[in-house]
Design a protein around this ligand. Structure first.
Ligand SMILES: Nc1ncnc2c1ncn2[C@@H]1O[C@H](COP(=O)(O)OP(=O)(O)OP(=O)(O)O)[C@@H](O)[C@H]1O
Length: 237
């Protein structure tokens, strides 16, 4: 599995939200996408998921343009925001509904959800509340686990550490690393948390004003110093 971006441009009026000439991601990588507010991270992910139409250029997954075929949906899982959830269902109903859409029976869904029991916790697994009545963190957890439900080869998560308590943030890092190794998956995660991004990612891309301005190998945290220097605000005299 790979994702290949070619001459991808998305503009809003005179503003260029994304402008990426050439970028390729490979199986087994965990990409951390970082950049300040408005850098274009969410827009890039939405283009990858065909939730937005590009002005020009392509995103190809496994050789197929995501805007021209639905095939990528069979091997891609994603969570962007609450709009991915169905708030009048309970978590179990939501998982089962999505499982059915992917051709999974009830037992398979239950077995896959059980793997994330510790991350999800009892409020999600036992209380039968509607999703709309859960906390922001618990909604986020449901969306993340749902993205992994069909064992996708490509996983895209927009700011997954948001709203999570510190224990859940730590569990999520381990979960994603384990998932990536087990499934040889390509995982993309955007985050404002540099420390988690450095711990989790094998590669880190830095976005600014719609462009990818750095593409860093992060084997053994090698990108840490450069990232911290980039984001450090120097005091002016
Ligand atoms: N629907 C829209 N209409 C107009 N401009 C938009 C729209 N969506 C995004 N933009 C602009 O595109 C740019 C990139 O936004 P985007 O949300 O992708 O950034 P981001 O890196 O995800 O930011 P953040 O870290 O704050 O979530 C911003 O300048 C934003 O204002």
């Amino acid at each position: 599995m790979e994702i290949k971006i070619n001459n991808l441009i998305k503009r809003y009026g005179s503003k260029t939200a994304v402008d990426i000439p050439d970028f390729t991601l490979h199986e087994g990588e965990i990409l951390g996408l970082v950049g300040n507010n408005g850098a274009g991270k969410t827009t890039l992910f939405r283009l990858m998921l065909d939730l937005l139409q590009a002005d020009s250029g392509t995103v190809c997954m496994n050789g197929t343009d995501v805007a021209r075929s639905e095939e990528w949906k069979t091997f891609t899982g994603a969570y962007m925001d609450e709009s991915f959830l169905i708030d009048y269902l309970t978590p179990d109903e939501y998982f089962q509904f999505n499982g059915r859409m992917c051709g999974l029976d009830r037992n398979t869904v239950n077995e896959r959800i059980r793997r994330y029991e510790r991350f999800l916790g009892p409020e999600i697994l036992e209380e039968k509340k509607f999703i709309r009545n859960l906390s922001a963190g618990n909604k986020q957890k449901i969306g993340i686990v749902n993205a992994l439900l069909q064992n996708p080869q490509i996983v895209i998560l927009d700011e997954p550490f948001n709203f999570l308590d510190p224990t859940s943030q730590s569990l999520l890092k381990h979960m994603l690393q384990h998932y990536g190794e087990e499934h040889k998956a390509l995982i993309l995660v955007s985050s404002h948390n540099l420390s988690h991004t450095i711990d989790l990612s094998t590669r880190i891309a830095l976005m600014e004003k719609g462009s990818l301005i750095r593409d860093l190998d992060n084997t053994d945290g090698a990108a840490g110093k450069e990232l911290e220097d980039y984001f450090e605000v120097k005091e002016e005299n």
